[in-house]
Design a protein around this ligand. Structure first.
Ligand code: ZN
Length: 81
């Protein structure tokens, strides 16, 4: 003797069975985000919301690259080798 067919744990009105909760509606195709090449590490990076205001001035992919930490770390690495 087992549970009745169709029985599932948590099907008795748990937090998952909230009425009015629907799946995300299908979204239309998004246009590709603009990309730039980071001036410090040379990697491509995509537009981010935080850069919405000054995307024209953005040159680095991250705070580390912007502050020059990336280049310094690379230099150190070479010196040590
Ligand atoms: Zn970078």
């Amino acid at each position: 003797m087992g549970p009745a067919p169709g029985w599932r744990p948590g099907a008795g009105g748990g937090p998952e069975a909230r009425p009015g909760q629907r799946r995300d509606p299908p979204r239309p195709m998004k246009p590709p985000l603009p990309q730039k090449i980071c001036a410090a590490c040379g990697r491509p990076f995509a537009w981010r919301r935080k850069w919405a205001r000054d995307w024209e001035q953005v040159r680095f992919c991250s705070e580390a690259c912007r502050s020059g930490r990336y280049a310094k770390a690379k230099e150190k690495h070479r010196k040590g080798a």
